[in-house]
Design a protein around this ligand. Structure first.
Ligand SMILES: [Cu+2]
Length: 88
């Protein structure tokens, strides 16, 4: 007998069709000055939702987040890290 594989457990959440339904949250963070800021912001969002996808660009000040967590919670977490996020 071959072992039964539960693919729901094998497929990462970020690749599941359900995850793709969640909209991209776009924020501007005017005080994201450098790569270290972008890393801090990314780590903050990942701490909130380990399955989140984050793009943080210090050049454009734009942070894009794909997550199951609400935009309000993402904004609050980034603000708690000392930045000033605004939902676009
Ligand atoms: Cu910085």
């Amino acid at each position: 007998m071959l072992p039964v594989v539960n693919y729901e457990l094998v497929i990462p959440l970020s690749h599941s069709p359900q995850f793709r339904k969640f909209p991209m949250i776009t924020l501007t963070v005017s005080d994201m000055a450098c790569a270290a800021c972008a890393e801090t912001i990314t780590a903050t969002v990942i701490a909130l939702d380990p399955a989140a996808q984050v793009q943080a660009d210090p050049q454009t000040k734009v942070v894009k987040v794909k997550t199951t967590v609400s935009a309000e919670a993402v904004v609050a977490a980034i603000a708690n890290s000392g930045y000033s996020p605004q939902v676009v």
